[in-house]
Design a protein around this ligand. Structure first.
Ligand code: 5GP
Length: 186
């Protein structure tokens, strides 16, 4: 089987990238989402080994030294990183592997793997972003403010991504991403 596509998939907090991701995986069995390591505390909906591997800061630093990450970054005071080996194993098996990662990590992957496809998800508006982040109610006020500030910085990176996809509607955005993937594979 041929090698799958590596997809850098980025969008700021609250943009709805998780919802689009679920839709993509429902529609296309060949898409796999890479499971990252993080030092942030789990949320209610998190499942160890499915949404993330939750590790301590000390353990994360050990993993950095062991060179186990394809990329890693800090985001709002926590470390996040992509374990490299599982990604390569899935690509070898022919799966398309999505890395749902922030911009610093995205830039690292684009440099290390120039054959990757990079997709940036944009919100209909900044107001919409803030209301989604608040309605989700998974973070406290301080964290929401930090994430909003970071969101504005992250938008500056949109220009480095090959594709921008507007999340005005989950189904439409998923359609667009599947057609990008199809074109890139042809
Ligand atoms: P959250 O705490 O909301 O799950 O994630 C915060 C941010 O970190 C999101 O933008 C998410 O895409 C990003 N992120 C998740 N995993 C990784 C990773 O392995 N590496 C990097 N660089 N960012 C990640």
């Amino acid at each position: 089987m041929g090698k799958g596509k590596l997809v850098v998939y980025t969008g700021c907090s609250g943009v709805g990238k998780g919802t689009i991701m679920k839709e993509l995986m429902k529609r296309d069995n060949n898409i796999k989402l890479s499971v990252s390591c993080t030092t942030r505390p789990p949320r209610d909906e998190d499942i160890e080994g499915v949404t993330y591997y939750f590790v301590s800061k000390d353990r994360f630093k050990e993993l950095i030294l062991e060179d186990g990450f394809l990329e890693y970054a800090t985001f709002c005071d926590n470390y996040y990183g992509t374990p490299e080996k599982p990604v390569d194993e899935l690509l070898e098996k022919g799966f398309d592997v999505f890395l749902e990662i922030e911009v610093d990590g995205g830039m690292q992957v684009m440099k290390k793997r120039p054959d990757c496809v990079s997709i940036f998800i944009t919100p209909p508006s900044v107001e919409e972003l803030e209301s989604r982040l608040r309605n989700r109610a998974t973070e406290d006020e301080e964290t929401i403010n930090k994430r909003m500030a970071r969101a504005e910085e992250e938008m500056e990176f949109e220009k480095y991504y090959k594709y921008s996809v507007l999340n005005d509607d989950v189904n439409r955005a998923a359609d667009e991403i599947l057609s990008i993937l199809k074109n890139e594979k042809e």
